[in-house]
Design a protein around this ligand. Structure first.
Ligand code: BTN
Length: 239
């Protein structure tokens, strides 16, 4: 698998551009932009995308059907490996899609699935990845500043270029995607999980919150939690 790369200055969302390309039948194509005007996050949220980040969407038409939910965790492992290959640091993963550095969010991932192809065996996916490389103090609202970081802020000695990071992420995706069904990446995903063993407050998709302790990551990448009443359940959405 090799990637064709399309570069833009500003787009609404690289995921949207990628989905339009998918409709034209393109495959193994990566779209990058310097900034996004309507970056999309999980759970219908927006994703602040000022200059200073790598906003990347990778189109993959060969996703085995039924494996869509494992693409995001796999991509999180790919981003961790890519960042660590360029900087002397250790990345963690906050279920299910945040790559964190020093306890703050470095990268978010939004995977969107397309219609099944004719065979019904493969699905098209757009893997959207936003990584903060460097940003000015005013790039994010103050509330967000407390929760997000950039490579430059977390690892000041690491002067990574966007092109280097792009190539490292695509390289790791290329290596890991064929392993999607085997899920060999899961061991690494689990070892990088920074929620396991911790008590967390979970925002459910209906907007309610609850406290629970995190037991671990299930084989299908769900989050296994123990509720305060002792019941154990696996979550597939939420924050
Ligand atoms: C999240 O943290 O909620 C997911 C954020 C995903 C952001 C990336 S940036 C590139 C791609 N284009 C988008 O509009 N979103 C993803």
């Amino acid at each position: 698998m090799t990637w064709d790369v399309l570069r833009y200055d500003t787009v609404d969302s690289t995921n949207n551009v990628c989905k339009a390309l998918a409709a034209q039948g393109l495959d193994s194509t990566a779209v990058i932009a310097r900034a996004q005007t309507a970056g999309k996050g999980r759970l219908g949220r927006s994703f602040q995308s000022p200059e200073g980040g790598l906003y990347l969407s990778a189109l993959w038409q060969d996703c085995p059907a039924g494996q869509l939910l494992t693409v995001t965790p796999l991509a999180a492992v790919a981003v961790c490996r890519a960042v660590e290959s360029l900087c002397d640091t250790d990345c963690g993963i906050k279920w299910c899609n945040d790559v964190v550095l020093h306890g703050k969010k470095l990268c978010g991932i939004l995977t969107e699935g397309g219609a099944s192809l004719e065979s019904g065996l493969l699905e098209q996916v757009v893997i959207g990845i936003g990584i903060n490389i460097r940003h000015t103090k005013t790039a994010f609202p103050p509330e967000l500043c407390r929760r997000v970081t950039s490579i430059e802020e977390a690892v000041p000695d690491c002067h990574v270029k966007r092109a280097q990071l792009l190539s490292a992420v695509l390289c790791e995706l290329e290596q890991l995607l064929p392993d999607l069904s085997q899920r060999r990446f899961l061991r690494e995903y689990r070892s990088r999980s920074c929620l396991t063993g911790r008590t967390v407050e979970i925002e459910m998709t209906d907007g309610n919150t609850k406290k629970a302790s995190v037991v671990g990551i299930a084989d299908d990448c769900g989050l296994i939690i123990r509720n305060l009443n002792g019941d154990v359940e696996t979550l597939y959405a939420g924050d």
